[in-house]
Ligand binder design. Structure first.
Ligand code: SF4
Length: 365
């Protein structure tokens, strides 16, 4: 078994800079979007709003941009990538799933007994307009991301019941291999941690990030005896490309389990036929559809949210048309940091488990 000191770092920064170059070439302002001269970008729903540039960050890698059909005013990829005036509607929550309420140490959310979320960075390769952390990631004082990692690791070491560390963000694969390797080195040194999980949308939004260096890091975690999971985030079948397929294949070939969590998004994937195509496509490329999330009540992303009834109706249409392993569980993160529950459970209100007598929608007030 490898020791933590044997984490494989392949020529950390210099050898494969293409993903960083792609990031520096990414679209990062509404003015740049306007320069594309795509007619539908000037339509009311996509019109650049000056206030948005300051309020929510904009970043779209050009390879992701290429997935957009500029002649389709309802293109689902454009809807996920481009800002719109609807984001200025602030009804909803800044921290819908209670990351801050369950903050146990700097950069650490402790919601479930045996696992913790480590908030590695507030940076992403693309700022998805629907993101449930879009407000926290924009915070000037970086409540979730401020502070060093020492206190976070001290907390993990002090909790011997912990078995899993989930590296999240932002997107943890925004860190260089050297920085990521340093964090993983510390995790490997905690004997009680058996599982290491990454929550990343890089295989979708910037698949070139899956470099030999990153793969070597993943491989050495597996060689060190850890079970390694990558949970990625495909929302639409158009996001399955030759590049994303290759990235996923490389990851799974290193002994890493690859799962997907999708979010039900109005105007993007809120139809059973779109989701069926997505889940079948993922299964075909070795990515297990894991969760389908009912949208959170996020300030600035309310326009993506389906009603509980619509989500359940779509899910009923999917049932029976997909093998069990291709059908993810439909879940919702309860506000207040109480964690995930199957959406259908909200209808079974009763004393003890959920607040008695509430209608499903009332949980999100
Ligand atoms: S990559 Fe993930 S964390 Fe980053 S903006 Fe998109 S959904 Fe949010």
């Amino acid at each position: 078994m490898l020791q933590s000191s044997e984490l494989k770092l392949v020529n950390p920064e210099a050898s494969e800079p293409s993903w960083q170059k792609e990031l520096s070439d990414a679209i990062r302002s509404t003015e740049e979007l306007d320069s594309l001269h795509w007619a539908f970008l000037r339509a009311p729903d996509f019109r650049s709003h000056p206030a948005l540039n300051g309020k929510y960050r904009v970043l779209v890698p050009r390879a992701y941009l290429a997935l957009i059909d500029p002649h389709d005013p309802a293109d689902p990829i454009a809807r996920m990538a481009f800002p719109g005036a609807a984001e200025l509607d602030e009804s909803g929550k800044m921290d819908p799933i209670g990351d801050l309420e369950r903050k146990a140490a700097p950069r650490l959310t402790h919601r479930y007994t045996d696992r913790v979320l480590l908030h590695t960075t507030n940076l992403c390769p693309m700022y998805c307009r629907f993101c449930f952390r879009k407000n926290l990631m924009n915070e000037a004082d970086e409540n979730l991301y401020g502070g060093g990692f020492d206190e976070a690791f001290a907390y993990i070491r002090s909790q011997p019941q912990l078995r899993e560390v989930i590296l999240t963000g932002g997107d943890p694969w925004m860190l260089s291999d050297a920085k990521l390797g340093a964090l993983l080195h510390q995790i490997l040194a905690i004997p009680s941690i058996e599982r290491i999980r990454f929550h990343t949308r890089m295989p979708v939004t910037l698949p070139t990030r899956v470099t030999k260096g990153l793969l070597a890091l993943l491989e050495s975690l597996v060689a060190a005896g850890k079970r390694v999971y990558v949970v990625t985030h495909f929302n639409h079948p158009k996001e399955i490309t030759a590049a994303s397929r290759l990235a996923c294949k490389e990851i799974t070939s290193r002994g890493v389990r690859l799962l997907n969590q999708a979010v039900l998004l109005k105007g993007v994937n809120n139809s059973s036929s779109t989701l069926r195509e997505l889940f079948l496509g993922l299964e075909k490329m070795g990515v297990l559809p894991y969760y389908l999330h009912h949208g959170d009540t996020v300030a600035g992303a309310g326009h993506f949210r389906t009603s509980v009834e619509e989500s359940l109706a779509i899910y009923r249409e999917l049932r029976g048309t997909l093998s069990g392993y291709a059908l993810p569980e439909l879940v919702v993160d309860l506000p207040g940091g109480f964690g995930k529950v199957p959406l259908a459970e909200l209808e079974k209100v009763g004393p003890g488990k959920y607040r008695h007598g509430k209608s499903p929608e009332a949980y999100f007030d």
